[in-house]
Ligand binder design. Structure first.
Ligand SMILES: [Zn+2]
Length: 310
């Protein structure tokens, strides 16, 4: 019997997952969430992560093999320091994350991007179980992405592969937070949809679209067009067996996914139309923490046949 801890750092909450493997069966035994209190600053948040990990590793359990932290931004793979968290307050640049957690917990610590963690969870335990390659797109404030091949996150030679939201789809478009112009993120994020619909939230935009509001419908059609281009590009390069779309907007029923599928099909001339599969994510708000814990399982080389998340 062995356990793996996953922490998913968000602006509002830290989600916690404990996976247990017994006889090659991998099972979620804890899923919970605590407030991040991000306004207290980077050092406070890192200490909270370290203390939380320490509680599970050295107090509650004594057979946790690894801890992985899913983070909302980019980090230095060599040093475990944060480079950029665009949506968390405070100056995170060069903030150590891996070292303080490792110093307190004394077990292997891994860091990964939260959209990659989401992708890993969906590929192993969600809609893409048993499929490969898997491409994931997470529609939120930005557009996150991840590629999973044969059960492993594909990070490529730069360790940055999978940024589906930062492919340039419109060279005349808006400046993106990454410094490029016209990334898919600028054209099709949930924020772009609510901006286009003239609403405060994407959920409100969806409700208006459902009631027949033309401006809201057009905002979804516009985002679907750019997502269709992005998906056709990924299809041409990688040919994923399935695309998973996550984030609140993607859970709003068939309306948006059908628009995206139609756009992707029209633009994928070299692929049989019915080989493009686009489905909504299945694991809900704990996908990131489950994926983080799974990242520890995979990095530790622990074997499992089955995974159950309920
Ligand atoms: Zn970008």
């Amino acid at each position: 019997m062995t356990k793996f801890l996953g922490l998913d750092l968000g602006g509002t909450n830290i989600k916690i997952c404990v996976l247990e493997i017994i006889d090659f069966e991998c099972r979620v035994i804890e899923n919970l969430s605590i407030p991040t209190d991000a306004s207290k600053g980077p050092e406070y948040v890192v200490n909270l992560l370290a203390q939380t990990a320490n509680y599970y590793i050295n107090e509650k359990y004594h057979d946790v093999e690894a801890v992985s932290v899913a983070v909302p931004g980019i980090f230095n793979h060599a040093t475990g320091e944060i480079l950029l968290f665009p949506n968390l307050p405070g100056n995170w640049e060069n903030q150590p994350m891996k070292a303080p957690i490792a110093a307190l917990c004394n077990i292997p610590v891994f860091i990964l991007n939260d959209a990659r963690a989401f992708s890993l969870a969906e590929a192993h335990a969600g809609q893409a179980k048993g499929k490969s390659p898997v491409a994931c797109i997470v529609l939120g404030t930005g557009v996150g992405g991840g590629i999973v091949i044969d059960g492993k996150i594909h990070l490529g030679s730069t360790l940055g592969a999978g940024e589906i939201g930062h492919q340039i789809v419109n060279p005349e478009g808006e400046m993106c937070g990454c410094g490029a112009q016209g990334c898919l993120e600028t054209m099709a994020s949930a924020s772009a949809i609510s901006r286009g619909a003239g609403t405060n939230t994407p959920e409100e935009a969806f409700a208006r679209a459902m009631s027949g509001d033309r401006k809201a419908i057009e905002a979804f059609e516009e985002a679907a067009k750019w997502l269709g281009i992005g998906i056709a590009n990924v299809m041409a390069v990688l040919s994923p067996e399935i695309f998973i779309i996550g984030g609140g907007v993607a859970q709003s029923g068939d309306f948006f996914l059908k628009l995206i599928l139609k756009e992707a099909q029209e633009r994928s001339k070299l692929t049989p139309i019915d080989s493009i599969k686009i489905v909504p994510a299945a694991l809900g708000i704990y996908a990131g923490s489950i994926g983080a814990a799974l990242n520890g399982v995979i990095n530790a080389g622990a074997k499992f046949n089955l995974i159950s998340t309920t």
